[in-house]
Design a binder for this molecule. Structure first.
Ligand code: MG
Ligand code: ZN
Length: 387
């Protein structure tokens, strides 16, 4: 009788213990990557199946901002980073221009580290929304000022000039060194062993990095690996945002070959994230985009007035190619998800729900236990956010 009772009591305990929890989140954003852009990986990617195919869960998001049907990258990233929709150009401020807490600000108080890897400047709209607040994405000098004291522990991208050639002459490099950053402006290779007590920052060009066609090389995959090597040392977990920033730029330039190369590069970074998540078991990987750029389509080539279904001749929306400057569109955007609880990302929902789904899967918004306080460093105390 006693034995049977013990067994009954043990069952619920084991069920709970076996439930997988999400400790780490990797969000990969292909700026301007609609379904057609993503599809290029299937037609121009060579013999290997794209890493996109490794995701068991697919969803769609509506990307409109609070004010406009067609979003820009700032409003798009504000939705992902804060769970709130705002106006085009907003860097994590609401429609009243009041700061909204970003995901990295919410989690830093829990000892969770954050990383950003981008091929634009680190002050560009998409990454900026994860650590800064500004009324306009154009205020890149102001945005840069947030980085030294932010909850970002690893970043890699371009944008050195916003830190070194400032109109106010503020020494932001000095400010970052004071905050425990090890900075590098030449390459991604850390000197010696990775020190989990330090922060790492890589600013590898004055503005955005070169495009893939201009010879950027393996920056995106290498920086993603570097970020994961460092962030995974953190006991309490991490949030990493990786952006294929220039899929959008090639879309604006109506450069189909450029899009193809940028998407291929992005898919490789996705592979790095998935390899990590497969081994780790407590990581969720989400791939999505802020919006589509160019009204890009994989249309058949036209020969003698007839469609040739054998060949694809990528095209952009009418009028875009004439001016060599295409704009964003309002089509729904794919979401791919892998990891424990990934099924919450299936369905059709708003861009801002990505944030809420992340919070649903992690315990990042649950009240902090008192005992956690003693192990937090001064750097991890949340900055007061004006509501
Ligand atoms: Mg961007
Ligand atoms: Zn754009």
């Amino acid at each position: 009788m006693k034995k049977a009772l013990a067994l009954i009591l043990l069952i619920p305990f084991f069920t709970t213990a076996q439930q997988k929890t999400v400790k780490n989140v990797i969000l990969l954003i292909g700026d301007g990557m609609g379904l057609a852009q993503m599809s290029t990986a299937y037609y121009y990617g060579g013999d290997d199946e794209p890493n996109f195919s490794r995701f068991p869960i697919v969803g769609l998001i509506n990307t409109s901002s609070a004010k406009q049907r067609v979003t820009d990258s700032a409003a798009g990233a504000t939705a992902f980073a804060t769970g709130r929709r705002s106006y085009n150009g907003a860097i994590s401020v609401d429609t009243n221009r009041t700061n909204i807490p970003t995901i990295t600000e919410v989690i830093r108080g829990r000892g969770i580290k954050s990383g950003l890897v981008v091929t634009s400047s680190i002050t560009h709209a998409t990454p900026a929304c994860f650590y800064a607040h500004a009324e306009s994405r154009r205020e890149e000098e102001k945005i840069a000022q947030f980085l030294p004291g932010s909850g970002i522990h690893y970043f890699a991208g371009g944008g050195l000039k916003y830190f070194t050639q400032r109109s106010d002459n503020h020494d932001l490099i000095g400010a970052m060194l004071q905050r425990g950053f090890i900075l590098d402006t030449t390459d991604l290779i850390p000197d010696g062993m990775i020190d989990p007590d330090k922060r790492y920052g890589y600013l590898l060009s004055p503005g955005g990095l070169p495009s893939k066609l201009e010879g950027r090389g393996d920056f995106l995959t290498e920086a993603t690996k570097g970020a994961l090597d460092y962030l995974s040392l953190n006991e309490r977990g991490f949030f990493l945002m990786v952006e294929g920033s220039q899929i959008d730029w090639e879309g604006h330039g109506t450069n189909a070959i450029g899009i193809i190369e940028e998407v291929k590069d992005f898919d490789k970074a996705v592979g790095v994230a998935l390899d990590f998540a497969e081994k780790n078991g407590e990581t969720i990987v989400i791939v999505t985009a802020d919006h589509e750029t160019g009204g890009f389509a994989l249309t058949p080539s036209v020969e003698d007035g007839e469609s040739n279904y054998e060949n694809i001749s990528p095209s952009f929306y009418e009028g875009a190619t004439k001016e060599e400057s295409a704009d964003h569109t309002a089509t729904l955007i794919p979401v791919l998800a892998y990891g424990p609880g990934a099924s919450v990302f299936s369905g059709i929902y708003k861009n801002s729900d990505i944030y809420h789904k992340i919070m649903e899967l992690t315990d990042w918004k649950a009240p902090i236990k008192m005992q956690a306080k003693t192990t937090l460093t001064g750097d991890d105390i949340p900055r007061k956010v004006v509501k």
